[in-house]
Design a protein around this ligand. Structure first.
Ligand code: GRF
Length: 190
C-alpha cells in the first residue's frame, strides 16, 4: 500500500529546478515522494543530481522509437512501475503525445521562463530580452497538447533594469523559478 503521493520529475538537461525540488522534498516543504527522475538524454546532469540524492532514475532515448506515442507508452510503463501519481516537467525538451496527456490528465505541470502567453517556445528568456520587454517572468502551468498553452497555475514577474544583460536576466529568472516551482508543487501535491 502506498502511503504518500508519488511524483516524477522529467528533465533533459542541467536540472537546476530539479535540485530546488529535491531540496524542498528533503526539508518537507513538499510532502510527497519524489519517486523517479526521468530523462530522454543520457548525458543530462539532472540524472547525476538524482543519483547523488539517491532517487531512482530512468533514461530512455527516443532514438529507438518510431513515433512519439510509441516512446511515451514505454515511458508510461515505467511511471506505472514506480506508481507515479504526478508528473513535473522541469526543462524536459520533448513534447508529450496526446496519449501521455490523456493518461495523466491534469496531473502534469511545467515551468516556463516567461509570462505566458508571451514568449512561448524554447528560447523564451532570450526572445523576451531581445524584444526589449520591461517586465517578463515565470509561469507554472498544466500541460496540454498545444505547447505552453495549458491553464496557468502561478506566475511571478521579473522587472528588467537598464543595466540587465541576458546573463543577469537568466540568473534572475532561474532564482524565481527555484522558489516558485517547489511552492506550487507543495500546494498541488498533498
Ligand atoms: C528552465 O528555465 C525552465 O523554465 C525551462 O527550462 C529550463 C530548465 O532549467 N522549461 P533547469 O534544467 O531546471 O536548470
Amino acid at each position: 500500500m502506498k502511503n504518500s503521493l508519488r511524483f516524477a520529475v522529467f528533465a533533459s538537461g542541467y536540472g537546476g529546478n530539479l535540485q530546488a525540488i529535491i531540496k524542498a522534498v528533503k526539508s518537507k516543504q513538499i510532502k510527497a515522494k519524489l519517486a523517479l527522475v526521468f530523462s530522454d538524454k543520457p548525458a543530462a546532469y539532472a540524472l547525476v543530481r538524482a543519483k547523488k540524492a539517491k532517487i531512482a532514475t530512468v533514461c530512455i532515448s527516443p532514438k529507438d522509437y518510431t513515433s512519439r506515442e510509441e516512446f511515451d507508452r514505454v515511458v508510461i510503463e515505467q511511471l506505472k512501475e514506480h506508481q507515479i501519481d504526478y508528473v513535473v516537467l522541469a526543462g524536459y525538451m520533448r513534447l508529450l503525445s496526446p496519449y501521455f496527456i490523456k493518461t495523466y490528465n491534469k496531473r502534469i505541470i511545467n515551468i516556463h521562463p516567461s509570462l505566458l502567453p508571451a514568449f512561448k517556445g524554447t528560447h523564451a528568456i532570450k526572445d523576451a530580452f531581445d524584444f526589449g520587454v520591461k517586465v517578463t517572468g515565470v509561469t507554472v502551468h498544466y500541460v496540454v497538447e498545444e505547447m505552453d498553452a495549458g491553464e496557468i497555475i502561478a506566475q511571478e514577474a521579473v522587472v528588467l533594469k537598464k543595466t540587465d544583460t541576458l546573463k543577469t536576466l537568466e540568473t534572475k529568472i532561474h532564482k524565481i523559478e527555484h522558489q516558485i516551482y517547489p511552492m506550487v508543487i507543495a500546494r498541488l501535491i498533498r
